[in-house]
Design a protein around this ligand. Structure first.
Ligand code: TPP
Ligand code: SF4
Ligand code: MG
Length: 348
């Protein structure tokens, strides 16, 4: 099949409006993936309803996506979407929500929509804060993160949204990042095709707020690529073996001092290992040490444990976020069950 140019998607699916998103924001990427998923499925744009609440992520479809869009109140997108789907079950209903909108103020709607297994696809953009209002802590902000409402670190633990929604009864649940565009697009297609409640969490870059959250001191134009690299470093795809043999060294104080000390030790022992500074969602800015094979890795771990500038050595997968599809199930769908009950009651 010939590859379609970007202009094809822009002309057909995107309304000509100035973008409200900051440079480097993940929201534009998610919109792009959605347009491709809709195109791949050959959906009739006149039968798609995109519903969003309030927040930066609410602007992904509204007013930009060329279908009906309903921009509702904070946290209530799923309530509006439920009404629309019950009224007209032929519609493909897709909710775009943020982590604050969907898991904070709208968290109750989320678990009940999942429990009912209503045929709605929810795409939740997890940028780890209330971005639009300044980057306050959300129920997804990582433990210890410094935000404007937790300047000394977040004392709370975040939700694992995929587990929450899966436990509540959703029949399709997946997590990707805005870096994993091919997987995300395929997942959107699967989610839309599922006749039930589908949920995709997308971990997304928000350079404007995450610069503070991750403590990056780079000029702002360097932040987007640094965040993207961090998303790759700190995630793994379910069922896929991690490539290479490596571990992380968490510095005791300064990362530069630890880097120098580790470089010196590795050079002295000639273990054929390479060390570099990386950013990790869980561990912050740490050292990654890559080895030629598993035996070398064991020796390197032992050596790192003896370097005074290294506080702790952690394995490649420890603390990484799992991506992939977690649930694919079949259960009775809510609107069909409701219609059946109404028929029995003699209403329709
Ligand atoms: C009832 C109500 N409370 C608070 C607000 C202020 N408000 C607007 S956007 C927002 C946070 C949105 O965060 P999130 O859903 O994570 O979206 P993001 O901007 O991060 O994409 C808040 C608290 C509001 N608009 N309405
Ligand atoms: S504040 Fe963050 S989420 Fe909002 S548009 Fe800017 S980069 Fe995107
Ligand atoms: Mg957010």
């Amino acid at each position: 099949m010939p590859v379609k140019p970007l202009s094809y998607y822009r002309e057909r699916y995107i309304r000509h409006q100035p973008s409200p998103f900051c440079p480097g924001c993940g929201n534009g990427i998610i919109l792009n993936c959605f347009a491709r998923a809709v195109d791949e499925l050959g959906l009739d744009q006149d039968r798609i309803l995109c519903v969003s609440g309030i927040g930066c992520s609410a602007w992904i479809p509204s007013p930009h996506f060329n279908s009906d869009t309903l921009h509702t109140t904070h946290g209530r997108a799923l309530a509006f979407a439920t009404g629309a789907k019950v009224f007209n079950s032929d519609l493909t209903v897709v909710v775009f929500t943020g982590d604050g909108d969907g898991a904070g103020i709208g968290g109750n709607h989320l678990i009940h929509a999942a429990r009912r297994n209503i045929d709605i696809t929810t795409i939740l953009v997890n940028n780890l804060s209330y971005a639009m209002t300044g980057g306050q802590i959300a129920p997804t902000t990582l433990h210890g993160s410094r935000t404007i409402t937790s300047p000394y670190g977040n004392p709370e633990n975040p939700f694992d949204l995929c587990r929450l929604v899966a436990a509540a009864g959703a029949t399709y649940v997946a997590r990707w990042t805005a870096y994993h565009v091919v997987e995300l697009t395929r997942s959107m297609e699967e989610a839309i095709k599922n006749r039930g409640f589908s949920f995709i969490e997308v971990i997304s870059p928000c350079p404007t707020r995450q610069r503070r959250i991750f403590g990056f001191r780079n000029p702002i134009y360097e932040v987007p690529s640094r965040i993207m690299e961090m998303l790759v470093e700190s995630t793994y795809i379910r069922g896929r073996e991690p490539k290479g043999h490596y571990c992380y060294a968490i510095p005791r104080a300064g990362v530069k001092e630890a880097l120098e000390a580790v470089e010196t030790e590795l050079g002295r022992r000639d273990l054929g290992a390479g060390v570099r500074q990386v950013d990790h969602l869980r561990w912050g800015t740490v050292l990654r040490v890559d080895c030629a094979g598993p035996e070398e890795l064991d020796s390197v771990k032992e050596l790192l444990g003896e370097v005074p500038e290294v506080e702790r050595v952690v394995g490649a997968l420890e603390g990484k976020v799992e991506l992939g599809v977690f649930v694919r199930e079949r259960r009775p769908e809510f609107v069909e069950s409701l219609r059946e009950v109404m028929r029995r009651a003699g209403g329709v």
